[in-house]
Write a protein that binds this ligand. Sequence first.
Ligand SMILES: [Zn+2]
Length: 237
Amino acid sequence: MPYETALGRYFDKTYTEIDFIKKTYAAFKSHGFHDNNTIAATCICRDEISQSLRSVIKHMWGEAFNLSSLAGMFTAGKTGLKAAMHHAPVVDGKERYIFYAIPHIAIEADGRLGICCREGREEESTACGALNAFQKEMASGKLDLTLHGDDMEQSLLKTRLLRDIPYGHVPDLLELTKITQAAIQADIEHILEAVIQKDKCDYGLAAGIQVHGPKANYVWPAACYVVVNGEKIELNI
Ligand SMILES: [Zn+2]
């Protein structure tokens, strides 16, 4: 199956990552957020092929606080989130934050999910490698759920995502990536709810999945909204 067919089959709507950030910037701007009064924060995988998205965010919003762990998991927790919030400019008595929560998956030129080619390496590679390793471990029928001191991020990823996977079910990489996207978003929202002062802080969240193609990266938008003066407003992008 050609790449474009696969992209359309697995994701109902995608933008190039530049268009995605431009559209979200415009949507957030219409509710008072812009590069001079807002700090952006990101949950995007550590993988170098994901960093182009952070570069576009930097171009539009300035340097963004990095909350990301492997696969873009949000393990920075209350301490990380509070730090990002305390770094926001205070303009007219308000702090403003924008969160981008975007894990990733690759689609190869022939439409295979999870496969990508990397510069200077002959063999095929996978993305997201952390999610692929977890998926393979589930498929093997034997899961190691020890909290390994020398593999903390992957240990935490597995225990967190298992909460959202029905017992005994082995999702494929696409389903696992969508579960991850929802988990990252839910974790940010959960901690935000606990720490934010809604009379002093407005925020927005854009969630989705970054899709690597043979020639370009795309983003599937999953959710986009702002909370202004304590009121949640859904944004259509
Ligand atoms: Zn990854």
